[in-house]
Write a protein that binds this ligand. Structure first.
Ligand code: APR
Length: 189
């Protein structure tokens, strides 16, 4: 499932993000950037030890990475040019800034990709695992933020892949994606 707007394509894909060939892979990390389970674990396993080394050096210099922010390292053995690390919000019921922070993860990643001259990017479903963000709400934030970026920053990004892992998550994202496309009839392409 995909939509194209202002020359940029947003694709909903089911799979393992460590196998996605793109310019930028985004990791759903923690503030200490020490690796973890879920997608973070998979990325470090496949990408190799160089990534953790760079993360440690970055934290030693700058301190912990705040939620909603993004930093960049080598992608190691991953099929991408660079790897971004962003820290999503922990779901606390929705009234603790979770939506703003999640939006910031996507928006800042897209902005950094554009700033570094990368035109293709792949995101996991940030915060929807250990951090507990409800999948349908996360899908809405992710898709809407991508849509806004490609309209407001026209021509800077060509291809965005939103990569979900399970069949159940895909089904939830598809509902949101369809709604998004249905409300886009007024957008000039
Ligand atoms: N490819 C794509 N998506 C994946 C993969 C993978 N290989 N592995 C897991 N996922 C999915 C999960 O199914 C979930 O939908 O990524 C989504 C995010 O889940 P988590 O990895 O748990 O990330 P998050 O909820 O943001 O929690 C971050 O978990 O691993 C730790 O160090 C990490 O402390 C941080 C926290």
């Amino acid at each position: 499932m995909e939509f194209t707007l202002k020359g940029a394509t947003v694709r909903l894909v089911r799979g393992d993000i460590t196998t996605i060939e793109t310019d930028v892979i985004v990791n759903a990390a923690n503030s200490a950037l020490v690796g973890g389970g879920g997608v973070d674990g998979a990325i470090h396993r496949v990408g190799g030890p160089e990534i953790l080394k760079e993360c440690r050096a970055w934290v030693a210099e700058h301190g912990k990475l705040p939620r909603g922010r993004v930093m960049s390292t080598t992608a190691g053995a991953l099929p991408a040019k660079v790897l971004f690390h962003t820290v999503g919000p922990v779901w606390q019921g929705g009234n603790h800034g979770e939506f703003t922070v999640l939006e910031s993860c996507y928006a800042r990643s897209l902005a950094l990709a554009a700033e570094l001259g990368h035109r293709r990017i792949a995101f996991p479903a940030i915060s929807t695992g250990v951090y507990g963000f409800p999948i349908d709400r996360a899908a809405y934030v992710a898709t809407m933020t991508c849509r806004r970026f490609i309209v407001e920053e026209e021509g800077k990004i060509d291809d965005i892949q939103l990569v979900v892992y399970s069949a159940q998550d895909l089904a939830a994202w598809e509902v949101v994606f369809e709604d998004m496309v249905a409300t886009m009839t007024g957008d000039p392409t």
